[in-house]
Write a protein that binds this ligand. Structure first.
Ligand SMILES: Cc1cc2nc3c(=O)[nH]c(=O)nc-3n(C[C@H](O)[C@H](O)[C@H](O)COP(=O)(O)OP(=O)(O)OC[C@H]3O[C@@H](n4cnc5c(N)ncnc54)[C@H](O)[C@@H]3O)c2cc1C
Length: 556
């Protein structure tokens, strides 16, 4: 540990203010109050306010919310829609049909539609009222360990006021060492600290590899005359077009309050076509006649993007290590089959809180004591729900008819299916090298018409996400070897980073002698982390920029 830095001691430190950690902190404070324990609890969030980096669908199964805050309605929980009447569509290029039989797991009658940004802001307020010290605008950039690195003892926040060459500026503020008996990591999907911690404490070994999807979402104001506002359906899910059957993913469109809808497309990041561009696929989804009819005349109010950790039960890491626990998407808690992870994130946080109270009572923060959390998850409805979906993502990764055989068999056997555990198709995990014939082409240009209102280009999307970063700071996107981008990656894949990034962060420009050069625009970064997952050479590492930078979501 660096003795020159300021140290702030806590009993418990939460890293990230997503639903997992907020539910955990609220439950922890409640339990401590019941037991008359006085505890100091801190929470850091890299967004400049609580909720500013929160983006989700979001259909909320309120099961965990009801357990945590039974009177959530009286306490002002922000809800967009209480009536969830589903329709599942298979889309073809120009048409589609409604699937007459919607699988049970896709029924949402008992759910609520929320904005995760508003919801987390509300939870944050409750947590603060209960005494949690929340520090928005502070990114955790380093995990702190004891001398022999066998136990996590806290987290260091990022330095502020460093210029792009690494020199201290006049407003330099060194990061602070936040020391805690237990550090709770709820960084969401593809957390940058859990990545490093995972290597050091070996929490991912003997688990199936993590699997990720990426999603682009908008909130759109639509005219009062839109047929969707008076339709029976309020929640629409689609599959098929614009992705093909062998590409995982699908679209969604939900009715919100005040003539607004949210609309998004999820694309699994195991796609193999280097020319696939999730953002462009999203625009094609919006232009599909079924969707276009609903949103025509509308205006995009906000846009954003984020990855989801979609691997399911068998990809869940060890949930505890000495001095630390992992909750929510950081611990791969999402149920891909139900397209939901908020309720499981919240419940995992709540069970972790119970284990932490137990550890505080015993004054023992070892793996052995904190294991109570892991056991609690196994005994809870999280396990019941996720176990039924344990092979689902893996089934989706199969090709052609086999995929449907697996899914069908799983449906009738409580998730076991034809093979348990089913592994992800190996050849599905990366991009396909372009054949010499294809390698001479660049992406087939699809003519796009952007009207700047309903159909916006990537840069307008970045603007509509409210994304801002201090420009004069070290680049937080570490490209380890730019020569790979300029040679091997170009030759094999035609630089897919320029396509998979929804924020136009990566560009390949041709220099005077025709020499290719990678240009990075880190200020556009939406913190979705797609680049770290999808770069075919694993040449990009996403790190937290100066705290407070990034999107400024308020309604997605
Ligand atoms: C487009 C989209 C649609 C979805 N639809 C649904 C849906 O309809 N229903 C549903 O239930 N789920 C849905 N999900 C999944 C759901 O949003 C997640 O499962 C859930 O938000 C996970 O909660 P979490 O607390 O684990 O992480 P997150 O919600 O990701 O929160 C993590 C927080 O930690 C912060 N953070 C990360 N790293 C650091 C760091 N190093 N230092 C400080 N702060 C940090 C982040 O800024 C963020 O605020 C969707 C997800 C997406 C992206």
């Amino acid at each position: 540990m660096d003795q020159t830095r300021e140290q702030l001691p806590f009993d418990i430190l939460f890293v990230g203010a997503g639903p997992a950690n907020l539910a955990s902190a609220i439950h922890l404070m409640e339990l401590a109050r019941e037991k008359k324990m006085k505890i100091e609890v801190g929470m850091i969030e890299k967004g400049n306010t609580i909720g500013s980096h929160a983006i989700s669908g979001a259909i909320l199964d309120p099961i965990a919310l009801k357990e945590l805050i039974p009177d959530y309605l009286e306490r002002g929980c922000p809800i967009e829609q209480t009536e969830c009447r589903d329709n599942l569509y298979f889309l073809t290029r120009k048409g589609g049909f409604s699937i007459p039989f919607t699988p049970k797991y896709l029924h949402n009658e008992a759910c609520l539609v929320i904005s995760l940004s508003k919801f987390t802001r509300w939870l944050g307020g409750l947590a603060e009222e209960m005494g949690v010290n929340i520090f928005p605008g502070f990114a955790g950039t380093e995990v702190l360990y004891n001398a022999d690195a066998s136990c996590v003892i806290g987290v260091r926040t990022g330095d502020k006021g460093i210029d792009k060459h690494g020199k201290k500026k006049s407003n330099y503020e060194p990061g602070i060492d936040l020391i805690a008996k237990v550090s709770v990591f709820g960084e969401g999907s593809k957390g940058s600290l859990i990545r490093d911690l995972g290597k050091k404490m070996d929490i991912f070994s003997n688990k199936m590899p993590q699997v990720f999807e990426t999603a682009i979402k908008e909130v759109i104001e639509i005219p009062e005359s839109s047929p969707f506002l008076s339709a029976e359906t309020t929640v629409l899910h689609t599959f098929g077009y614009p992705l093909r059957l062998n590409k995982k993913g699908g679209g969604f469109l939900y009715r919100l309050k005040d003539n607004r809808v949210c609309c998004g497309l999820v694309v699994a990041l195991d796609y193999q076509d280097p020319f696939l561009e999730p953002y462009e696929a999203f625009l094609r989804f919006k232009r599909h006649p079924l969707i276009a009819e609903i949103i025509q005349g509308g205006k995009v109010l906000q846009q954003g993007a984020k990855t989801l950790s979609a691997g399911g039960y068998y990809t869940m890491p060890a949930l505890v290590a000495n001095g630390t626990v992992f909750v929510g998407d950081s611990a791969s808690m999402l149920n891909t089959q139900r397209l939901k992870g908020i309720h499981t994130a919240m419940k995992s946080g709540m069970i972790a809180a119970e284990a932490i109270i137990f550890a505080l009572e015993k004054n023992d923060f070892s793996t052995k004591t904190l294991k109570k959390y892991e056991l609690g998850v196994e005994k809870s409805w999280i396990k019941d729900e996720r176990y039924k979906a344990r092979n689902f993502t893996q089934a989706l990764s199969q090709k052609g008819f086999l995929k449907f055989m697996h899914i069908g068999a799983q449906y009738f056997t409580g998730g076991r299916g034809l093979k348990d555990p089913l592994t992800i198709r190996k050849d599905n995990s990366t991009l396909k090298t372009l054949t010499p014939k294809k390698a001479n082409k660049t992406k087939t240009a699809v003519p796009q018409h952007f009207d700047g209102t309903l159909y916006v280009d990537k840069l307008t999307g970045v603007y509509l996400s409210g994304t801002k970063h201090e420009e004069d700071q070290p680049c937080h996107l570490i490209v380890h070897d730019t020569r790979i981008c300029e040679t091997k990656c170009f030759e094999s894949y035609r630089n897919p980073c320029a396509l998979f990034c929804p924020g136009k962060v990566y560009e390949i420009k041709e220099g005077p002698q025709g020499k290719r050069q990678l240009v990075i625009n880190p200020a556009n970064c939406l913190h979705c982390k797609t680049c770290e997952v999808k770069d075919p050479f694993e040449n990009i590492t996403w790190t937290c920029p100066e705290g407070g930078g990034g999107p400024n979501y308020s309604m997605v």
